[in-house]
Design a protein around this ligand. Structure first.
Ligand code: SF4
Ligand code: SF4
Ligand code: SF4
Length: 165
């Protein structure tokens, strides 16, 4: 363990929920060591979806837009913190604050999913509720950007289950 990652461990970083780093980010501990917070990926992203997070480390800004998986951020990174052989493990899920889960009609996320991953299932006596197909979801973030109440969150599947989009 390097001095940097040891400090991170002592601060409890690895107990935190993983951040959604730019496409191509290496594993979290490695990323914390390799990323210099230079911001090159942030300025290079043509979709302008990257922000400077804690300690200046780049992350995908909640609800800023969809990642096109163009790889421009990877090309802009000189340190090895972003590489073109990393699996993208993120999948969208609807939180309990979703309007449709609270009896308010809304299908905005479905309208903004270019991958057909969101279907609405009719419920007896209530609103249709969103179901996100993890096989079709690319984790692009388009639905999160469109959701009026910020009800889309992203979680990672295990590496064995998923490959690059
Ligand atoms: S892959 Fe492209 S759109 Fe996605 S974060 Fe990197 S530069 Fe931005
Ligand atoms: S856009 Fe948001 S509030 Fe509307 S159905 Fe989708 S997750 Fe729910
Ligand atoms: S993350 Fe992208 S692919 Fe997945 S449900 Fe949302 S818009 Fe569709």
């Amino acid at each position: 363990m390097t001095a940097h990652s040891r400090r991170s461990f002592l601060r409890g970083r690895f107990d935190e929920a993983p951040k959604m780093r730019p496409f191509g980010a290496v594993a979290p501990a490695q990323f914390a060591d390799l990323c210099t917070s230079c911001g090159d990926c942030i300025s290079a992203c043509p979709e302008a979806i990257l922000i400077s997070g804690e300690r200046g480390l780049p992350e995908i800004g909640p609800a800023l837009g969809a990642c096109s998986f163009c790889g421009v951020c990877i090309a802009a990174c000189d340190t090895g913190a972003l590489t073109d052989d990393q699996p993208w493990l993120w999948k969208a899920t609807a939180k309990s604050t979703c309007l449709s889960l609270n009896a308010v009609q809304c299908r905005t996320c479905q309208d903004h999913c270019d991958h057909g991953a969101i279907r609405f299932q009719l419920q007896t006596g209530g609103c249709a509720q969103p179901h996100i197909d993890t096989d079709l979801c690319t984790g692009c973030g388009g639905c999160a950007a469109a959701c009026p109440v910020g009800a889309i969150q992203f979680t990672q599947v295990t590496p064995q289950m998923e490959t690059r989009p």
